[in-house]
Design a protein around this ligand. Sequence first.
Ligand code: DSN
Length: 423
Amino acid sequence: MTQQPQFWGPDFGALQTEDPEIADVVVSELERLRGGLQLIASENFTSPAVLATLGSTLSNKYAEGYPGRRYYGGCEEVDRAELIGIQRAKDLFGAEHANLQPHSGASANLAAYGAFVKPGEKVLAMSLPHGGHLTHGSKVNFSGKWFDVISYGVREDDELIDYDQVRDLAREHRPTMIICGATAYPRLIDFAAFREIADEVGAILMVDAAHFVGLVAGKAIPSPVPHADVVTFTTHKVLRGPRGGMILCREEHAKAVDKAVFPMMQGGPLMHSVAGKAVALREAASADFQRYASQVVTNAQALADDLAAEGMRPVSGGTDTHLALIDLQEVGVTGAEAEQRTGAAGITLNKNAIPYDPQPPAVASGIRVGTPCVTTQGMGTADMKGIASLISRAVRDADGSQAEKIRSEVEELVRAFPAYPRG
Ligand code: DSN
């Protein structure tokens, strides 16, 4: 009989003995995930295989540099993990080059700026209040502090990206880099149109694909890779990998991107996370994942329609992706109130600014809902109607008198679709 190779950890018993306080947090968080509806559009439930990799001794290894060119000895095993991950990323996305080392999406974006733009130069990106990201030029972020960022947005009438405005701003400002990609834009982005505009003004095209890259991996929506010079993303959203970032680019930019990640922006990579990304990329290449990705979109479309039927308006009329942005102005409830009320009823989502929002961001007029988690749990379109009804009742529950009743219905629903089933 062949002996199984020994794997060391994750040993939860040891954590309970050594540090019961933190063990209690870990268990309570698992119970929170299991006991409620998780509708944050940027979250997911990663697999046991990815979790095992994250809890491994790969976490111990210093490996500054790249495979075969490290600044530390003993990197032969982590080199294998990184090379496997790079190859899987290139195969899955049809990319010429991949860098798996960014610690997060913001780090990946910082590296992309570092590779292509000098401080003070111009960048054209989507404004945060219209669905962009902090790293797309917010004044409180490095992007807004170090670069001259000009913002485009969505049209007021149909709430879709205004490509005419993008072209006009590009012609006027001649930016070094144009960024597309968003955190709260429910529609497909026309990457070919952005490419055309970037070519016209001689700009680098960066696509921040963090939110939707899992849908691209699962072939549920078109890929930005053929159009972009550089694609940055996180690995923990629809893609369902470990928390972290990644960059794809054309071969001609490979050296600049790698140098911008290390040594310009980061030191030692998190090799347990790099290996976890490799595991997630293998999972994402499966037929199962393709079915998952298209179900995420079908569920989000059903949820948007069902919320509309409950009197809650989806921004832009619906969604093509994994998320819907819901305008609550007609309901007379702010996003902050809705987040608090749904939270009290066991439904986790986030308040979100809507385009042309009259409220400040901390209050906001909308909520953002996403279907990556509930789809991982196995829910389908028929379940979205029930979820929409629970959200609607919770959002309108001004005095909190219905919260307990709604929470017990949420618990009953998720009991049939357990996240991380009990052994
Ligand atoms: N925080 C992520 C989101 O929720 O969209 C983006 O970084």
